[in-house]
Design a binder for this molecule. Structure first.
Ligand code: IPD
Length: 270
């Protein structure tokens, strides 16, 4: 089977749009089905049905592939292609009838993300990217905003579900907020990252994401000219992801690094 990024992207975009329509139809009247890491980390019936649809469509088209999904875990294949799926990123927004939620599908080939789709059904926007092929929103090429000084930057962030982590995230935010133009907590990491790609925000940082939250969107934002990384030159990890254009990236990094924004408590002196 073809593993060309453009071919994987076409399939992912079709599946993400169909999944987005299914989720959008089911949003009204949705309730909580289950909880995960904490009572506020919820799963709806739609998280599960949408992921099932995505798995079925991807594996029908490409039976040898692997799939990692937020709700259903790993299914292994031997083709060298792995799909990373978040059926609804922004589940709390989805539950409350809010707009910022997305279906996120990334295709990894031999361990590298080569194609990514983030579909935002409420806005009828589909973000797409292939490695080296640029980023698009519903077909229009994306380019991030030019760098601005940190105090002029609109910065998106998000919070984890554990109370211990949140308490320290609030401490970090206490220092960040007076240093920037303003903060947005959109409620979907995938949409936040795409908003930086789109020029609707200048930067984004968050501690504690899972692979499925950011795999597709981090390719999209990088292909729009944004630098994505962690602290001290390391790549982005679940400990911390920072996304901003070069220049602003370094300024935000230098604010977050001494605060220990990649941990759940203050850094130890020395
Ligand atoms: C969450 C969202 C949220 C972010 C959390 C994620 P979910 O994903 O992306 O914006 O702050 O860290 O867990 O649970 O809605 O798929």
């Amino acid at each position: 089977l073809e593993a060309e990024p453009a071919h994987l992207l076409d399939l992912a975009a079709d599946v993400a749009r169909e999944a987005g329509q299914l989720a959008a139809r089911g949003q009204a009247g949705i309730g909580v089905l289950d909880t995960k890491s904490s009572p506020t980390d919820v799963v709806t019936e739609m998280d599960r049905s949408v992921e099932e649809l995505i798995r079925k469509r991807l594996l029908n088209a490409r039976p040898g592939d692997s799939v990692l999904g937020e709700e259903g875990g790993t299914e292994s294949g031997s083709s060298g292609v792995r799909w990373i799926v978040d059926p609804i990123d922004g589940t709390v927004n989805y539950l409350y009838g809010r707009d910022e939620w997305a279906v996120s599908i990334a295709a990894e080939s031999e361990g590298e993300v080569v194609a990514g789709v983030v579909a935002v059904p409420s806005r009828d926007e589909t973000y797409t990217a292939t490695l080296g092929g640029g980023a698009f929103c519903s077909g229009t090429p994306l380019r991030a905003r030019d760098a601005v000084p940190l105090e002029m930057a609109l910065v998106c962030t998000g919070f984890g579900y554990s109370t211990e982590r949140r308490a320290y995230q609030a401490e970090v935010l206490r220092t960040v907020l007076p240093r920037v133009r303003d903060i947005r907590r959109g409620g979907s990491a995938a949409v936040d990252l795409c908003s930086v790609a789109h020029g609707r925000a200048d930067a984004y940082y968050e501690r504690g994401l899972n692979t499925w939250d950011w795999s597709a969107a981090s390719l999209i934002v990088r292909e729009a000219g944004v630098r994505v990384g962690g602290l001290r030159g390391a790549p982005a990890t679940p400990d911390l992801i920072i996304a901003a254009v070069p220049g602003l990236f370094e300024e935000l990094h230098d604010l977050l690094e001494p605060l220990g924004a990649d941990t759940d408590g203050p850094p130890h002196a020395g």
